[in-house]
Design a protein around this ligand. Sequence first.
Ligand SMILES: Nc1nc2c(ncn2[C@@H]2O[C@H](COP(=O)(O)OP(=O)(O)O)[C@@H](O)[C@H]2O)c(=O)[nH]1
Ligand SMILES: [Mg+2]
Ligand SMILES: [Zn+2]
Length: 295
Amino acid sequence: MNKGLVLKITGGNYTIKDLETNDIIMAKASGKLRYVRVASDKIITVSPKAGDIVNYENNYILSVNERKNSLRRPDCANIDQVVLIFSCKEPDFSFNLLDNFILHIEKEKINIKIVITKIDLLSKNELDDLKNKLSYYEKIGYNVYYTSSKVNNGIDVLKPLFENKISVLSGQTGAGKSSLLNAIDPNYKQETNEISRALGRGKHTTRTTELLEYDNGYIADTPGFSSLDFLDFEIDDLKEGFIDFYKLSSGCRYSDCNHINEPDCNVKNNLDNILKSRYENYLKFYDEIKKNKKY
Ligand SMILES: Nc1nc2c(ncn2[C@@H]2O[C@H](COP(=O)(O)OP(=O)(O)O)[C@@H](O)[C@H]2O)c(=O)[nH]1
Ligand SMILES: [Mg+2]
Ligand SMILES: [Zn+2]
């Protein structure tokens, strides 16, 4: 039996890199596929996704090794870091979406970096204003980078971040994920959603998650999406996923404080030091999770 890393899935066809020979192999998944849990006896059926280590034979995947972690959107396993790609314009920057994405990744306890794209579209004042607000995220522990793939600004600083890791680029459709990859390494030639000049019509967008080799690691280009729901969230996921509030919560009077209208709440006492939109988004997500629980 051979071991391979799943790079890409297209219509039931798996592109695998053999971990011993480094050969690229096309495989199908066996009908009686199993998820091998190394740590316990529990065995469940699972479909392989990009980032999975699989055992295969004669171009058939027979089992999937235990995952270190896994995201559904984007669909990828064994991720070392998620690089959030947010355009400052086209589409407009949204703090609600940023807090939403961060929360979903924090739930899986995966490292996060934030990359702002298309800074060529902002005036100096607009960019300074955005940087000023986003400095809050740097303060609480997320590195923020400012780039333009179009005029090749801020790209070189990103390159060392990908060494030896499986990194996933995540963010809205049109944020510039594929363009950023092409700027990092022009050999990629990832399709971007420019109107095709040759054909004079149609749009190219990324349809599947695909791991691309880079600097002893992999970068995953992924299809975008515009929002993420909270259907499988508990209130505790919210409270722990807002890492800045979680740190402050040890100072709240009640250990189960929701930071909404409890007395002696250390989060509310610190609102002067918290980005306003961040607390507002917390309240919105709280309401949404509560509402989901009613059904
Ligand atoms: N002005 C400007 N446009 C960009 C930049 N990066 C990407 N775009 C444009 O944004 C659109 C979406 O880019 P794409 O890479 O396909 O986004 P993706 O859906 O996140 O992969 C394309 O028309 C790109 O040409 C940038 O740095 N500046
Ligand atoms: Mg794309
Ligand atoms: Zn509190």
